[in-house]
Design a protein around this ligand. Structure first.
Ligand SMILES: [Zn+2]
Length: 275
């Protein structure tokens, strides 16, 4: 949507977008460089994967972001635009889950491990690798039914309240897990909550995550290509049964993976954008 404000702002137009919490605003911009600035941080404009004359910006909206209008500015050499981003509530279901009580109230001896894993993940996701390893749309890691979508408001064992930060795929028997796209494996580990875990850095602040695995087929530091088998599904970590949890972290924010993958695919099939 694009409209112009008369009189007050003759050269500055205004773009407006509504985005639900947990989704990503993916903008196509008329210049391959520049920044999107908000009150608290800036996001660099990246090269469009199909059109070198254009740029893209991916702005993930945190699940717990405040609703309402946020003023942003896009600027590139000789160009500037105001953007009003309106954050709205997502339409997510609720889920009640029963899991091993130790995965809701961890024993004291597990607290150091949990804390170290949380810190390690935060540092990892905050790392911006200034390279794009992918040049085609992302794929799903397995072909199977979705058993739980991103964003469900969850209650574990009637007490712990959280939300689902990824997409779950049915995997009653161990299935090969494919790399969603090219990238560098940056973590292969058994973790307390996510069980057998593989994380791939796709560059430019985008990571894909694969949880509850029963076998690893890659090592930290490996370069993997799209479709390559990286692991087997399993039932490790905080689970109600065997499945694959697939997540995307973008600029340190856990965003709806299928929403983002669909928008990235759209970049390859359409030149539609702000122009
Ligand atoms: Zn999950």
């Amino acid at each position: 949507m694009r409209f112009f404000i008369p009189i007050f702002c003759i050269t500055l137009s205004l773009w407006g977008f509504n985005v639900s919490k947990g989704k990503t605003l993916l903008l196509t911009l008329p210049s391959p460089s520049g920044i999107i600035a908000s009150n608290d941080h800036n996001i660099s404009v990246l090269l469009h994967p199909c059109d070198p004359t254009k740029g893209i910006a991916m702005l993930p909206i945190d699940y717990y972001a405040l609703s309402g209008e946020h003023n942003l500015t896009w600027s590139a050499p000789g160009k500037k635009e105001a953007i009003v981003l309106t954050i709205v509530e997502g339409d997510y279901p609720t889920e009640t889950l029963s899991v091993n009580p130790a995965k809701v109230t961890p024993p004291p001896e597990a607290l150091d491990q949990i804390s170290a894993e949380k810190e390690e993940a935060s540092l990892l996701y905050a790392t911006f690798t200034p390279v794009r390893y992918w040049n085609k749309p992302f794929i799903l890691p397995i072909e199977s039914n979705i058993t739980s979508a991103y964003g469900s408001a969850r209650t574990y064992n009637g007490t712990l309240k959280s939300y689902h930060g990824g997409t779950d795929f049915r995997a009653l028997t161990p299935l090969p897990v494919r790399a969603s796209n090219n990238g560098i494996v940056v973590l292969v580990k058994e973790r307390y909550y996510s069980g057998g875990t593989v994380i791939i850095d796709h560059g430019e602040g985008l990571y894909s995550c694969y949880f509850h695995l029963s076998r690893f087929d890659v090592h930290t530091g490996d370069y993997v290509t799209q479709g390559q088998t990286i692991a087997l599904t399993g039932d490790t970590g905080r689970i109600t049964g065997p499945h694959l949890h697939f997540g995307i972290m973008l600029h340190g924010i856990q965003t709806d993976p299928l929403d983002l993958l669909k928008q990235i695919e759209h970049l390859f099939t359409s030149t539609k954008g702000l122009l």
